[in-house]
Write a protein that binds this ligand. Structure first.
Ligand SMILES: Cc1cc2nc3c(=O)[nH]c(=O)nc-3n(C[C@H](O)[C@H](O)[C@H](O)COP(=O)(O)O)c2cc1C
Length: 145
């Protein structure tokens, strides 16, 4: 079981990726080290070994998961026997409310993780168009994790 904080991003055009690195820098300034992955770097075996997870993901297409998170999402959907009881997580969702499925990728990942027994430590933050509120939310997350 790994105690280090994992920041995992799903990003289509780079905003969530950049934000992931900004959050890592902020956490480092607060004395907390973390490691960054793309969603698709996280196998289900690996997910079972993580206990601190911050997911930052945008939504693309019509409410879809970004390309670098599709394999992760398919694996999560197919999972039947996962033990996520040690997983403490929060989801930072980027989107644009002019789209019908606002922040859908973050929403469905968040709901699926909870259904699978993971522990949501903070309510999902949904950022409309820009990343407003994400830094404050991240600091709240850090204080809770
Ligand atoms: C082609 C396209 C489709 C999008 N579809 C959605 C959507 O369905 N729902 C939503 O909330 N936001 C949608 N967005 C907004 C993005 O999620 C938002 O701009 C986000 O900050 C982009 O982050 P990224 O650069 O990390 O992908 C879309 C943006 C683009 C360019």
């Amino acid at each position: 079981m790994s105690d280090i904080l994992n920041i995992v991003f799903g990003s289509q055009t780079g905003t969530a990726e950049e934000l992931a690195y900004d959050i890592q820098k902020l956490f480092r300034e607060k004395g907390s080290e973390s490691q960054i992955f793309e969603l698709d770097d996280i196998s289900m075996d690996k997910l079972e070994q993580i206990n601190k997870l911050l997911i930052v993901t945008s939504t693309t297409g019509d409410g879809e998961i970004p390309d670098n998170g599709i394999n992760f999402w398919q694996s999560l959907l197919a999972a039947t026997n996962l033990n996520l009881s040690n997983l403490n997580y929060g989801v930072l969702a980027l989107g644009d409310s002019s789209h019908y499925d606002f922040c859908n990728a973050g929403k469905i990942i968040d709901e699926k993780l909870q259904t699978l027994g993971a522990n949501r430590v903070i309510e999902r933050q949904e950022c409309d168009y820009d990343t407003d509120g994400s830094i404050e939310w991240s600091l709240n997350f850090l204080s809770l994790i």
